[in-house]
Design a protein around this ligand. Structure first.
Ligand SMILES: Nc1nc2c(c(=O)[nH]1)N[C@H]1C(S)=C(S)[C@@H](COP(=O)(O)OP(=O)(O)OC[C@H]3O[C@@H](n4cnc5c(=O)[nH]c(N)nc54)[C@H](O)[C@@H]3O)O[C@H]1N2
Ligand SMILES: Nc1nc2c(c(=O)[nH]1)N[C@H]1C(S)=C(S)[C@@H](COP(=O)(O)OP(=O)(O)OC[C@H]3O[C@@H](n4cnc5c(=O)[nH]c(N)nc54)[C@H](O)[C@@H]3O)O[C@H]1N2
Ligand code: SF4
Ligand SMILES: [Mo]
Length: 716
């Protein structure tokens, strides 16, 4: 059926199907193009991820695509202190290649680092990873997924033997118990949330929704149980729930015996987490913990969904393990409606993991430390045996710390805005000031990061280029090019290819179509957990989206992983991991008595380079608002609407506050969308700390100690 416009008339303009460039729900969109411009966006009823649903961010895409601050021409700064000047592409890339060669010659390949993004297309990621690892010769290729999904990726790998969310959106329609942890699904994965709500409203008495979050959110509004725990105490809650299930005989002992290892070791620890102790550590009541456990344990099909409240923690990987422990103990995995199911943040953070977008990975979920994996990739790339470096490269924060210490000299940043989104911005700015070469490849200028560029490369953005993305449920969608990029902007894949040519690697980086680049990558996944060697651009265009693994062209795709309860570990069994409660890295004290947690609002996307330019979206949340609990406000002499200075050990923010009982006492919340360009003292990352999880290297963006003080008015 043709879409109709507001008046109900059938619209005659061409509507093309593609995928949304924002969140990991990965909704299919129908896009109307008139006179070479995107004019309207709707949900695509034929796309299985959203079945026609859509959220406001996607509806308001058209006005942000061609704004005056689109970056249209390459620019370089010949020396520090000089102005950026416009140059032809050839010159910009030759300048970059010359500087890179100098730095590699003087300091070795590990003096160079690439910092990419979960918003790149699969083909772009793949080329970046290949260029850095196979040709520059460094594993310093990391992405903003390090701030986002690294703990989930590490969590799956440790417990199940491999990364890869096992469940599907279909499972939402089949589950009767939802455990939502550290996810404000209503605001951040709105279309997934609507599906959960539909399921709940369909059978309100049979379906339980539990939300674990120190804040009351729109998501919590749907919940039968809102567990407003102390920030960082999720492991104590999950261990105590497991304790109750064990005591009550609600474990699936057959599943545990046949398909897992490590239960006895974990049980000894779980014994020490009776609900009373869980209550003391989480600040929840004993009764609510017992109720939550029993609801989970008695469910026919339990689905756990989680996001940054779990991952962005110094024990993020352990929090993931604690969730998976619960599912393994109850056999709630690999069955319809059941499973641990991380909600991916960015539209193609999944594709990034598949192509090797973290410093310890090679394409196809391979590890750089695995000699056989390196050999397979070396053959595929036709590079000499032994060429690929075997030690993991620097993770995101380590890249910037390396720059600040002169251990890294050059950084190439593409499709991410670290000078707004990283913790402890003073350190990031120092790193960028001190670097010998900063290359930034973005669609807009200025951003907080482009200001530091020596080389500024204009990138085509959605939908000015074509390629593939993988959403949260392992589903690949082809995104066609629908309009031309502005000025001289080029697709990221073309920029990387041309740079490779300047470096003299023409044969390995032919001027291939994105379809050919995709094929080169997809064939490299053959035989791996994320095998999609049976997929091609042609197939995706003809048959629509498909879920991996897809090991052959006639394979229909895979709804659920582990339906046979065989896991990709050496013995085929999933692993129970012993995890213990740990306090956040910075505990509140007399000088900094509150815990600040940071996150998102419904109508903005990350660092505002896009949603900030939509009048409709920006007017709904024009400024950052600090959420403060009533009791804390009273003690600090603060009233609703006051301007408040928030101070941590690293910096300050000034924001107007909303005082309510919605947030847990002792905790306050600030959205992180506003970078220093919006106003120096608006940036939540002035306050956050760069302490991180030792396994996933993901920073603890969800807890730092702060104090509040009322101020007369905003400082900007
Ligand atoms: N509107 C919008 N949607 C987005 C994005 C966006 O920028 N804007 N970004 C996308 C991306 S990349 C991501 S990663 C996702 C993020 O999606 P979410 O993770 O849902 O978003 P956040 O607001 O970062 O954090 C979620 C919740 O974690 C809670 N929390 C804080 N500390 C803890 C804790 O210790 N335990 C628990 N259980 N909860 C805690 C916070 O109160 C918050 O409500 O959203 C995606 N979707
Ligand atoms: N305090 C705090 N900090 C956080 C978080 C938090 O919860 N709290 N969350 C973290 C998380 S989960 C994430 S994912 C990060 C996100 O942080 P970032 O990745 O830094 O945020 P974005 O604003 O999405 O940056 C994307 C950049 O790419 C540009 N761009 C858009 N399309 C294209 C393209 O096609 N090609 C190129 N080359 N550029 C393009 C945009 O203009 C923008 O500058 O923030 C992290 N930071
Ligand atoms: S829910 Fe996510 S993917 Fe779907 S339309 Fe909204 S931002 Fe786009
Ligand atoms: Mo994210």
């Amino acid at each position: 059926m043709r879409p109709r416009d507001a008046s109900g008339d059938v619209d005659t303009a061409a509507w093309r199907s593609t995928m949304c460039p924002y969140c990991g729900v990965g909704c299919g969109l129908l896009v109307q193009v008139r006179d070479g411009r995107v004019t309207k966006v709707r949900g695509d009823p034929a796309h299985p991820a959203n079945l026609g649903d859509i959220c406001a961010k996607a509806v308001h895409l058209p006005p942000i695509l061609g704004t005056a601050d689109r970056l249209r021409h390459p620019q370089i700064r010949v020396r520090r202190g000089a102005e950026l000047e416009r140059v032809p592409w050839e010159l910009a890339l030759r300048f970059t290649a010359d500087r890179m060669r100098e730095i590699i010659t003087a300091h070795g390949p590990d003096a160079v680092a690439f910092y990419a993004s979960g918003q790149l297309l699969t083909e772009e990621y793949y080329l970046g990873s290949k260029l850095a690892r196979g040709f520059v010769g460094t594993n310093n290729f990391d992405t903003n997924s390090r701030l986002c999904m690294a703990s989930a990726a590490a969590g799956y790998a440790r417990s199940l033997g491999s990364d890869g969310p096992p469940a599907s959106y279909q499972d939402i329609d089949l589950a009767d118990c939802f455990l939502l942890l550290g996810t404000n699904t209503a605001d951040c994965h709105p279309v997934t949330f609507k599906r959960i709500r539909r399921r709940k409203l369909q059978a309100p008495d049979d379906v339980t929704v539990m939300v674990v979050d120190p804040r009351w959110t729109e998501t919590a509004d749907l919940a039968d149980l809102h567990l407003s725990l102390r920030p960082g105490s999720d492991i104590a809650l999950l261990n105590a729930m497991l304790h109750v299930l064990w005591r009550e005989g609600l474990l699936d002992t057959r599943f545990v015996a046949e398909h897992t290892t490590g239960w006895e070791g974990l049980r000894a620890v779980i014994e020490r987490y009776p609900p009373e102790r869980g209550a003391a550590l989480t600040g929840l009541s004993r009764e609510v913990i017992v109720t939550a456990a029993l609801r989970f344990g008695r469910a026919r099909a339990a689905l756990s969904l989680w996001s940054m409240g779990i991952n962005q923690s110094h024990v993020g990987t352990d929090k993931n393990a604690a969730i998976i422990n619960l599912h393994l103990a109850t056999g709630q995995i690999g069955r319809p409606g059941a499973g641990p199911f991380s909600l991916t943040g960015q539209p193609n953070a999944m594709g990034g993991r598949e192509t090797g977008g973290l410093a310890h990975l090679l394409p196809g979920y391979r590890l750089v430390s695995d000699a056989a994996a390196r050999a397979a990739v070396e053959r595929h790339w036709a590079i000499p045996a032994g060429r690929l470096p075997s030690t993991p490269g620097r993770s995101a924060l380590e890249i910037f710390e390396g720059l600040a210490r002169d251990e890294v000299r050059a950084v190439w940043i593409m499709c991410t805005n670290p000078a707004a989104s990283m913790p402890d911005l003073d350190l990031v700015e120092k790193a960028l000031r001190q670097a010998e070469l900063v290359v930034v490849q973005d669609a807009y200028h200025p951003t907080e990061t482009t200001r530091f560029a020596d080389v500024l490369l204009p990138a085509a953005q959605w939908p000015e280029k074509d390629g593939v993305m993988t959403n949260s449920e392992r589903r690949l969608t082809y995104l066609p090019k629908l309009v031309d990029p502005p000025g001289e902007a080029l697709p990221d894949a073309v920029i990387l290819t041309r740079f490779a040519h300047e470096m003299g690697w023409k044969e390995a980086f032919p001027c291939a179509s994105t379809a050919e680049i995709f094929d080169e990558f997809a064939s490299l996944t053959a035989g791996t957990v994320c095998d999609y060697s049976g997929v091609s651009h042609v197939r995706l265009q003809a048959d629509g989206p498909v879920q991996w693994p897809v090991p052959a062209p006639d394979h229909p795709g895979t709804t659920r992983l582990y339906t046979d309860a065989v896991f990709p570990t050496p013995d085929g069994r999933a692993r129970f991991l012993v995890v213990e409660h740990a306090e956040p890295l910075e505990s509140p004290d007399a000088s900094f008595p509150l815990v600040l947690t940071t996150g998102r609002v419904r109508d903005h996307w990350h660092t505002l380079t896009r949603t900030g330019k939509s009048p409709a979206l920006a007017s709904r949340t024009p400024e950052p608002i600090l959420e403060v609990n009533l009791g804390d406000a009273r003690r600090a002499g603060i009233q609703d609407g006051d301007f408040v200075e928030v101070t941590s050990r690293r910096g300050k923010v000034v924001a107007q506050c909303r005082v309510s009982a919605a947030i847990r006492e002792g905790t306050c919340f600030l959205p992180f969308h506003w970078g220093r360009q919006a106003g120096f003292y608006k940036s939540a990352n002035n306050l956050t700390l760069s302490g991180r999880d030792p396994v996933s290297h993901q920073p603890e963006l969800k807890a730092c100690a702060v104090r509040l003080r009322r101020v007369a008015e905003a400082i900007t």
